[in-house]
Every structure is written in structure tokens, then in C-alpha cells.
Design a binder for this molecule. Structure first.
Ligand SMILES: [Zn+2]
Length: 255
């Protein structure tokens, strides 16, 4: 039987029967797939010590399966992310990244850019220095990256309605249209989220250069996070409840 060998990242593990595990894995070659690791929970399983979260593994599975669930034939460790595994703050953020893929990327989503982005962003939070580690910065960067690889990006430089440069303070971000609406177009009592100009410029830099854009005060970054989540929801078929966000927001209180 022809098989596929592909690196991949485990996004979710579901216990199945007494001894097996069902895995949602984002693979480089096949996108998001479901694998069953038979006997993986037995102590002497050939998968023992493998199949952890926050590791990059090599997966071997049949090229074609009768069902949607492919049988995992072999697995091997390529590398792990030690700080992601041991630091609860980084871990809570990593789980948000993984759930965003599960909720907003439609299976099978065979896409190298999606795979590369997830891998690169997990590497980034694994490698980030402690004093400078800013989870909200990383999450905003991740959300912008996910929008970009999915083909819908917000913009932060001009009014989405009249095209005037959006540099003033009285701009409103419109998650439907994906950009700022100037004070004149917004009119009185218009909806959307009011954004200070500084936050708009920061989002523009973040989109251009990633986390090197630097930090803003936490409350402003959180405003950007809420906008980007709402933008993603609107453009990816509706907002989905996210379990991991609650824990991540609790963790934020501690760092
Ligand atoms: Zn306008």
C-alpha cells in the first residue's frame, strides 16, 4: 500500500477505546488530517514517548483510506519545543494557536503556507526571551498571519469607505470591511470599534514586519486582539467559541 511520510504538528488528541488515540494533525503534505494511533496508550506501544503536543513529528500513513480516519503506521520525533512544553504561559498561547487552526481552517486545507506559518510561530514563542515575552503581541501577529495565508487581510492605512489616509485619532475599525473608517464616513453613532491612531500604525507595522514591531500597552494590544479575532470570524465563516482563550486570558493576569 502506498504511504505518505510527512512532518506534522498535533493539534488535538482524543482518547479512543481503551488503548488508542485519535489525532488531529496539521501535516505538511496533506494539510489537516485525522489519524488513529492504535494501541498508543499501551505502555509498550511503539508510539510510547511520541505523539506529544509541541513536538514536530514525522508521520507515516496510507496515501488513501476508506474512511476519513487514516491509520498511523509509524511516527518519529523530529524536534520538540522545550520551553513551550514546560512554561504554562507559552503553552496556553500555543493551545490558542492550535485551536484557531482547528476552528478556522477547513479540513483538509492542504497548504504549505498554513503549515509553515504554524511551525514558524510555534518556534517563535519557544525562542522568545523571557523579559520581552509578550503573548498578546504574538497572538496579534499570529492572527494577522492566519488571515494572510487564508487570503483575506485587513488593512490599516486608509479609510475603507472613502480612501482617505487614516492617520487621525477618530477612526473606527470596521471588522466587516477589514479596515479603518474615518470620522467623516463613520458619522455619529456608527458601529465598529474606535481605535487610536497609534494602534492603527502599530497594526500596520506588525503586518509588515511581524513581532519586531515591538510592544504597546497591554490594553491597546488587547483591543487589537479583539478586532483581529472578530475580523477572522467574519471572513472565515462565522465566529466560533474558543475554549483555549479563557485559559489564555487567565494566564495573562500572571505575566
Ligand atoms: Zn472615509
Amino acid at each position: 500500500m502506498a504511504s505518505v511520510k510527512s512532518p506534522g504538528l498535533i493539534l488535538k488528541k482524543i482518547p479512543f477505546s481503551d488503548s488508542s488515540l485519535i489525532l488531529k494533525v496539521f501535516t505538511r503534505e496533506s494539510g489537516l488530517i485525522t489519524l488513529i494511533a492504535k494501541g498508543a496508550k499501551r505502555p509498550k506501544s511503539r508510539f510510547s514517548g511520541l505523539l506529544d503536543f509541541f513536538t514536530l513529528d514525522q508521520f507515516v500513513y496510507p496515501e488513501k483510506s476508506k474512511s476519513e480516519i487514516h491509520t498511523l503506521m509509524e511516527a518519529g520525533l523530529i524536534r520538540d519545543f522545550p520551553r513551550l512544553k514546560s512554561d504554562p504561559a507559552r503553552q496556553s498561547l500555543g493551545h490558542v494557536f492550535m485551536e484557531l487552526y482547528l476552528k478556522y481552517v477547513a479540513e483538509p486545507a492542504q497548504s504549505h503556507p498554513h503549515y509553515e506559518m504554524l511551525l514558524e510561530r510555534l518556534e517563535q514563542i519557544d525562542e522568545a526571551d523571557d523579559p520581552a515575552f509578550d503573548p498578546v503581541l504574538h497572538l496579534c501577529d499570529f492572527l494577522l498571519g492566519l488571515c494572510a495565508v487564508s487570503g483575506f487581510s485587513p488593512q490599516f492605512s486608509e479609510c475603507v469607505q472613502c480612501g482617505r489616509p487614516a492617520t487621525g485619532f477618530r477612526v473606527r475599525m470596521d471588522p466587516d470591511l477589514g479596515g479603518p473608517v474615518c470620522a467623516a464616513c463613520a458619522g455619529a453613532g456608527a458601529g465598529g470599534i474606535a481605535f487610536p491612531g497609534r494602534l492603527l500604525r502599530w497594526l500596520g507595522r506588525l503586518q509588515e514586519m511581524g513581532i519586531r514591531a515591538g510592544r504597546l500597552p497591554r490594553d491597546e494590544e488587547s483591543q487589537a486582539e479583539a478586532f483581529l479575532l472578530s475580523f477572522l470570524g467574519k471572513h472565515a465563516g462565522g465566529a466560533r467559541p474558543m475554549k483555549t482563550l479563557d485559559f489564555y486570558h487567565e494566564m495573562l493576569e500572571t505575566f
